[in-house]
Design a protein around this ligand. Structure first.
Ligand code: GRF
Length: 188
């Protein structure tokens, strides 16, 4: 199973995938890693691991539609079976998702459909829920919507800050992403 991983930031979830593949625990080929802006650590660490990388900088395009077209072309060049949004902080078009047969996997640091959007951890804390978690799902063109594949709960402690809670969620999120990819690869 060939995957292309999209990142916007540090790519620690991506690193878990890279490590699992390197250890022989995950039978997928990371065909490429792409970002929506230059200078991400996610791209840097992929290049260091010898993985092809690309950037389709949102700022280089006149509008979202042009950017979506360019992103679709860049990803399609690697002919992926599954595209993974791993901390990719842009909404892609329905056309992008269709181009990859709907196989656009997303991870989110909350128990969807609760707390979608860019601040899922902060919003859960602000609401005062005692349990949050993470979700791996097939993404559609909405904001963190689409069929759920796997979820796991994480308790919120009184002493938590957004950072400490997000770090605990990410430990679970990495495991869930890797195990979901392993299941998909086994079924492919
Ligand atoms: C993850 O929690 C992801 O779900 C969220 O941002 C975080 C990305 O972390 N959208 P990283 O870039 O994989 O370290």
């Amino acid at each position: 199973m060939r995957i292309v991983v999209l990142v916007s930031g540090t790519g620690s979830n991506l690193q878990a995938v890279i490590d699992s593949v390197a250890a022989g625990d995950l039978d997928v080929e990371i065909a490429a890693v792409g970002a929506d802006r230059p200078g991400t650590y996610g791209v840097e660490r992929s290049a260091a691991a010898g993985i092809p990388t690309f950037v389709v900088d949102f700022k280089d395009y006149a509008d979202r539609s042009d950017w979506n077209t360019a992103l679709t072309k860049a990803v399609a060049a690697y002919d992926p079976d599954v595209v993974v949004s791993s901390g990719f902080m842009r909404i892609v078009s329905a056309g992008f998702i269709d181009a990859f047969g709907g196989k656009y996997l997303n991870t989110h640091p909350a128990l969807l459909p609760a707390f979608p959007g860019a601040h899922g951890v902060r919003d859960a804390m602000a609401y005062g829920v005692k349990v949050t978690g993470c979700t791996v799902h097939w993404a559609d063109a909405g904001v963190d919507t689409g069929p759920i594949i796997a979820q796991e709960a994480v308790s919120i402690e009184d002493s938590d800050t957004e950072e400490t809670l997000h770090e605990r969620i990410k430990v679970v999120e990495r495991r869930l992403l890797v195990s979901t990819l392993a299941s998909l690869a086994a079924a492919s």
